[in-house]
Design a protein around this ligand. Structure first.
Ligand SMILES: Cc1ncc(COP(=O)(O)O)c(C=O)c1O
Length: 449
């Protein structure tokens, strides 16, 4: 047996970031230490203000996580309770989003991306079926959405050979609001995507206005176009903070809604949900019935195995929070967001473009007329040196000359931390303001959101 202090063991010295597959074993404590030390260099998750994804759940959730990390969500036959919990969760979401849970359909997913893909596939398949029945061509499907959609929709169109039709965001129409929508719709449109909580700014797209524009299209052309709501963030915020906004299944044109359980659903990374208001909106031939280890298992998913623990955690959160708990947690985040927005808005350099009124996200840019030798990327970089991860990125398409900086306020960013953040933003801006010319190495954004 060797008794070297752990950091002087031979294995420690040898591994580095070798790409060749290791020949020999090493002791668990050594391997642990190597990996532990490497991930120590990651950013601190709680200070990651770029992500929408949950970074704190608390002791009881952590305990449940440890009790269920070995469950495979696909093994419904072997883990029938986890399967029952999954179904209960999406039926609860159907209820939350104002449809009859008994008549709805849904599933858990690995996140919103998979949920969006399934929602989009259902739209495509229903359109194909209707066209085939009518003896019409099905070779040129298109999907209509704002140019500010999250990258998943670009991927969806790319992977499934669908023409993406982006309605550009402009100063007058900063999100999809129904204006000019008719120009993008034709008989090959499989559906329209509405976003509850635009990734760039957090704002809600007005689903009722989009639906009204589609009602006009139907009145003029007979085309009956469905809406899928991408509620990655807002799907778990609006029901609690803005229950009066009609964006969900109260709008009959909304056939399906996706959300990330791991964002404002308050669960660690790895769970999303998609729900169809009525069974008929999900073509039956997208559901596979797999005979597996003695059971018949209906599945609707892009992948097979995936962790069941996050679904268990989602159920825990639904029980633990209820509507009242979610409202209180999100209200607290919104208060923090608003105080950040006020503080940033009071700085002469910036203009706030999202103040947390929809989802608790704050975004700002340089105020009109402000010209500095430094950029928001430089500010992100300096904040990063203090541990804060505050992304800057250009807006999409014809607003791409605009750079914005964004903070996502989540459960875990309290007033105290927010005050430190503001102090650091002020201090770094003061330092950057002393520059008389741009930094010799301009900072490039490292964030992709
Ligand atoms: C509007 C929107 N849709 C989809 C996604 C993808 O979600 P996920 O990361 O859960 O796959 C995001 C992620 O930020 C988003 O903001």
């Amino acid at each position: 047996m060797r008794f070297d202090p752990i950091f002087s063991q031979r294995a420690e010295a040898k591994t580095g970031s070798s790409l060749s597959f290791p020949e020999e074993q090493m002791l668990p404590p050594t391997a642990y230490q190597i990996v532990h030390d490497e991930i120590m260099l990651d950013g601190n998750a709680r200070l990651n203000l770029a992500t929408f994804v949950g970074t704190w759940m608390g002791d009881y959730a952590d305990r449940l996580y440890a009790e269920s990390f070995d469950k495979n969500m696909i093994d419904k036959d072997e883990y029938p309770q986890t399967a029952a919990i999954e179904e209960r969760c999406w039926r609860m979401l159907a209820d939350l989003w104002h449809t009859d849970p008994e008549g709805a359909m849904g599933t858990s997913t690995i996140g919103s991306s998979e949920a969006c893909m399934l929602g989009g596939l259902a739209l495509k398949r229903r359109w194909q079926q209707a066209r085939r029945t009518a003896g019409k061509d099905t070779s040129k499907p298109n999907l209509v959405m704002s140019s500010a959609v999250q990258v998943v929709w670009e991927k969806f169109c790319n992977y499934w050979d669908i023409e993406p039709r982006y309605v550009p965001v402009t100063d007058e129409h900063p999100c999809l609001d129904g204006a000019n929508l008719a120009d993008y719709i034709d008989e090959n449109t499989i559906g329209v995507i509405a976003i509850m909580g635009v990734t760039y700014t957090g704002v809600y797209e007005p689903v009722t206005k989009i639906a009204a524009a589609l009602d006009d299209v139907q009145a003029k052309t007979g085309l009956d176009i469905a809406i899928h709501v991408d509620g990655a963030s807002g799907g778990m915020v609006a029901p609690f903070l803005q229950p009066e906004i009609e964006w969900d299944f109260r709008v009959p044109r909304v056939h399906s809604i996706s959300t990330s359980g791991h964002k404002y659903g308050l669960v660690y990374p790895g769970v999303g949900w998609v729900v169809w208001a009525k069974e008929e909106y999900l073509p039956e031939d997208l559901v596979f019935k797999v005979s597996y280890l003695g059971g018949e298992m209906p599945t609707l998913a892009l992948n097979f195995s995936r962790p069941g623990a996050q679904v268990v955690l989602q159920y825990f959160t639904f029980l633990r929070m209820g509507r009242d708990g979610y409202r209180r947690v999100h209200e607290a985040s919104q208060l923090v967001a608003k105080s950040i927005a006020t503080a940033v808005g009071n700085m002469p350099e910036f203009e706030v473009i999202a103040d947390g009124s929809d989802i608790p996200v704050v975004a700002w840019r340089f105020a009109d007329g402000v010209s500095k030798p430094w950029t928001l990327f430089d500010l992100s970089d300096r904040l990063r040196a203090k541990g804060w991860q505050v992304p800057s990125y250009p807006l999409p398409d014809n607003l791409s000359d605009r750079t914005v900086q964004r903070v996502v306020v989540r459960n875990g960013l309290g007033e105290e931390l927010a005050t430190s953040l503001i102090d650091d933003i002020r201090a770094e801006v003061t330092t950057l303001n002393t520059l008389s010319q741009p930094l010799p190495f301009p900072t490039k954004t490292g964030y992709r959101h």
